[in-house]
Design a protein around this ligand. Structure first.
Ligand code: NDP
Length: 451
């Protein structure tokens, strides 16, 4: 049977574009459909614009630090319009790069929604159908706002990059990556920022000591973090939103941003009719080769809800091409993924938290929390954390957690050692780079605690 294409990819985000491009480089005839903008969540409404906003928001504290270092300097006002214009020009540029990556590799792009018709056929929005030997679903995820009275007044991270004006006061709801990162961004941009989290500490699931240091730093920088607090209802009051919270208080905000999780984008794709199974969160269920129950259909990235991170989606896309187009069955490796949370202070983490490791086996915990030289000189009280969790039995470093400026950069490198199976003694054999914050990782002699 002959098909229009060897591969039809639905979704032009990080995972889909990578898989399409690499399959085409292998000589496959490839098409890709994207209903929105090329680049997907990461480039258009996630990692990239978020990080640029983090950069923008960090300058206010830098000005204070510069003064402390003797500079006769004072912060002017932040010009949201000027920044937003540049931000969107940059996103346009990046989208162009993504489009060109496809074009230059001979991938046919359809600016259209695509749905599955049968095991080898997709339908585009205009009703035309295309056939392919393999179909790859890489449709990502979308933010979820729970239903409650007034929930329609909430915005999500998607809208944060398009605000007409910067709010005077914002409420951010949630305690995950997105909520905590945006709390830092808004606070740094001079917005009065309140964050509600329903549990006892933000960033649930991460190392407890590390998230305590992050939360303390955020509070110290001015975020009004309200734990064990949730929104009960919201009503419009003039230009503002009146929020009633679970503690019975009422407050006014210009915007309320919900970051209470994301769901896989797998509705109305035609999966049910083809018997493609979905899990509890609606994610597409796949095996270790990203193959669904229907052998010609594969899925990668956030729509499969494995580890919802861009570099992971890219790895999954590469493993898919390796498996299907290079005849080399390859499973994406989801073990020991280093990751950064661009809160202020920033956190980098790889491996097990102290709590997870201690539940698994006896461990030694090496932890140093201190005021780093640069901030200490400037009179800032923020602490950093360098932490290693070590297996007593094997001496391997099971987890590394860093809260510090540049923690994302540091954990990328520490992640290599941890992934290689480095022991505490391997860390200790490495000469310290002085004076740095991360030298603590190779100079901690005594465990803070053992279990
Ligand atoms: P998360 O799932 O990480 O966090 C959701 C938060 O919302 C949790 O604190 C959760 O509380 C809370 N929550 C859930 N439902 C409700 C509710 N009904 N009412 C109040 N609070 C609620 O989702 P995010 O949206 O923050 O991020 C989604 C994913 O995107 C992440 O898992 C991550 O993989 C990825 N991401 C990665 C980034 C990075 O690498 N730097 C940056 C941004 C996103 P509880 O803890 O009690 O469940």
């Amino acid at each position: 049977m002959s098909f229009d294409y060897d591969l039809f990819v639905i979704g032009g985000g990080s995972g889909g574009v990578r898989a399409a491009r690499v399959a085409a480089q292998e000589g496959a005839k490839v098409a890709l459909a994207e209903e929105d903008r090329y680049g997907g969540t990461c480039v258009i409404r996630g990692c990239v614009p978020k990080k640029l906003m983090v950069f923008a928001s960090e300058y206010s504290a830098m000005v204070d630090d510069a003064q402390a270092y003797g500079w006769d300097i004072s912060a002017g006002a932040f010009d949201w319009d000027s920044f937003k214009g540049k931000l969107h020009a940059e996103l346009d540029r990046l989208e162009g790069i993504y489009r060109n990556l496809l074009k230059n590799n001979g991938v046919t792009s359809y600016d259209s929604r695509a749905t599955l018709v049968d095991a080898h056929t997709v339908a585009l929005a205009d009703g035309t159908q295309k056939t392919a030997k393999h179909i790859l679903i890489a449709t990502g995820g979308w933010p979820t706002v729970p239903e409650f009275p007034g929930s329609e007044l909430a915005i999500t991270s998607n809208e944060m990059f398009h605000l007409e004006t910067l709010p005077e006061a914002i409420l951010i709801v949630g305690g995950g990556y997105i909520a905590s990162e945006f709390a830092g961004i808004m606070n740094g941009l001079g917005v009065k920022t309140t964050q509600f989290y329903r549990g006892t500490q933000i960033l649930r699931g991460f190392d407890e000591e590390a998230r305590n240091v992050v939360a303390a730093g955020m509070i110290e920088s001015g975020v009004d973090l309200q734990l064990e607090t949730n929104v009960v209802s919201m009503v419009k009051q003039g230009d503002k939103i009146r929020v009633t919270d679970s503690k019975g208080r009422e407050s006014l905000f210009d915007q309320v941003m919900y970051a209470t999780g994301r769901h896989p984008n797998a509705d109305n794709l035609g999966l049910e009719a083809l018997g493609i199974a979905r899990g509890k969160k609606g994610e597409i269920l796949v095996d270790q080769y990203s193959q669904t129950g229907l052998p010609s259909v594969y899925a990668i990235g956030d729509v499969t809800d494995r580890a919802n991170l861009t570099p992971v989606a890219i790895r999954e896309g590469m493993a898919f091409v390796e498996t299907v187009f290079k005849g080399n069955p390859t499973s994406p490796d989801h073990e020991l993924i280093p990751t950064a949370i661009f809160t202020q202070p920033e956190m980098g983490t790889v491996g097990l938290s102290e709590e997870e490791a201690a539940a698994q086996e006896p461990v030694e915990v090496y932890s140093a929390s201190f005021k780093p030289m640069q901030q200490s000189f400037a009179g800032r009280a923020q602490k950093v954390l360098m932490k290693l969790i070590v297996s007593k039995a094997t001496r391997r470093v099971l987890g590394c957690h860093i809260v510090a400026p540049g923690a994302g950069e540091m954990i990328q490198l520490a992640g290599i050692a941890v992934k290689m199976g480095a022991t505490k003694e391997d860390f200790d054999r490495t000469v310290a780079v002085h004076p740095t914050m991360s030298e603590e990782l190779v100079t901690m002699k005594q465990p803070s605690r053992t279990t």
